[in-house]
Design a protein around this ligand. Structure first.
Ligand SMILES: NC(=O)c1ccc[n+]([C@@H]2O[C@H](COP(=O)([O-])OP(=O)(O)OC[C@H]3O[C@@H](n4cnc5c(N)ncnc54)[C@H](OP(=O)(O)O)[C@@H]3O)[C@@H](O)[C@H]2O)c1
Length: 320
């Protein structure tokens, strides 16, 4: 298997381990196991080494099967892969058991990163992405985080982190955490730039990882606004690059890792090509001036009675 330049582009986390800067997203809808396995094999061939899955995506088993096949065939070593999965809201009661089930799904002895998917606790049977009004429980995040720390102590993962946390929630977590989160995985792209969050996380050495770095074009809930934006298109034209490469390089230029999903070999290759693009200072300035637009707003986690968040502003602590 070819050694691609991707392997040499890493960022070091506060816990000392390194993450390849371009991650391969594995959420797809509708989900198809064989398609996902094939995509992971193709990604490995091209040089992707960082894979992002989650219990709620249903893709853990497919990702694990493809990775294990490649390891078994001697194409790659386990240590060369960075594998992330996420704790769903229904598992806040017991992160250790949840991670053990995830490890069974992926067929691995450890994950490289285990993230709390959302700051939301759900009843233990809620194994679906859009909770009903009576599915919410009181968030007792001190307990959830103690469980995440236990996962780390037990060697079930090499690092722990959070996802969809605002600046305020990061600072709140840092107040009681024995182990600080290594990563906050959040929506971030040229039209949702996360300026304040990047500053807060930077101050506390929490790495910001960008999900939906293209704005999720093609996703039912996503948008083509980023890749179709005239400014992004004109920057792409100027550098003989593509709009997706501009969006990804912008994220990389901010020091973030980018978790991009494509199961199309041409676009998978195109996305890796973002490493070769150099944006000029004026390109970055133009992007800083774009209108902001949050795409994954999390309406499905907000209600006036049972959710800890009565409004979207509550969920994001007014950072929306
Ligand atoms: N922590 C969280 O709450 C959270 C939330 C959302 C996502 N994520 C993670 O982040 C990953 C990426 O996010 P995402 O899938 O929402 O958004 P994304 O990577 O911004 O966009 C993915 C979509 O863009 C298309 N695409 C990929 N490369 C392209 C290119 N070069 N040009 C044009 N279109 C392109 C893909 O279609 P094709 O496959 O057909 O190329 C797919 O429909 C997910 O798979 C998941 O692992 C995490």
């Amino acid at each position: 298997m070819r050694n691609n330049h991707v392997r040499n582009n890493h960022v070091r986390l506060n816990c000392g381990i390194s993450v390849p800067l371009i991650g391969f997203g594995t959420y797809s809808f509708p989900y198809d196991r064989k398609t996902t396995e094939l995509a992971v094999h193709t990604a490995l061939e091209m040089g992707y080494r960082h894979f992002d899955t989650a219990k709620i995506y249903g893709s853990e088993a497919a990702v694990g099967t493809a990775l294990n096949e490649a390891i078994h065939e001697g194409e790659i070593e386990r240590e060369d892969i960075f594998l992330t999965s996420k704790l769903w809201g229904s598992d806040h009661h017991d992160p250790v058991s949840a991670l053990k089930r995830t490890l069974e799904n992926v067929g691995m002895e450890y994950l490289d990163l285990y993230l709390v998917h959302w700051p939301i606790k759900l009843k233990p049977w809620v194994n679906y992405p859009v909770p009903n009004e009576d599915d919410f429980e009181k968030l007792e995040f001190e307990n959830t985080w103690a469980g995440m720390e236990k996962c780390l102590e037990m060697g079930l993962c090499r690092s722990v982190g959070v996802s969809n946390f605002s600046s305020k929630k990061i600072e709140w977590l840092l107040d009681f955490a024995s182990t600080p989160p290594a990563v906050n995985q959040v929506e971030m792209h040229p039209m949702w730039r996360q300026g304040k969050l990047r500053e807060t996380c930077g101050d506390h050495k929490v790495h910001v990882s960008a999900y939906s770095p293209l704005g999720g074009p093609g996703n039912a809930w996503g948008s083509t606004a980023v890749v179709h934006h005239p400014t992004i298109q004109s920057i792409a034209l100027k550098h003989q690059a593509t709009p997706a490469q501009v969006a990804l390089q912008w994220g990389l230029s901010k020091g973030s890792s980018v978790i991009v999903k494509s199961f199309n070999p041409e676009r998978m290759k195109e996305n890796l090509g973002s490493f070769d693009l150099k944006l000029d200072y004026e390109d970055i300035l133009k992007i800083e001036k774009l209108e902001e637009m949050k795409i994954m707003r999390g309406e499905f986690l907000v209600n006036e009675s049972t959710s800890p968040y009565k409004t979207i502003e509550d969920l994001w602590d007014d950072e929306i």
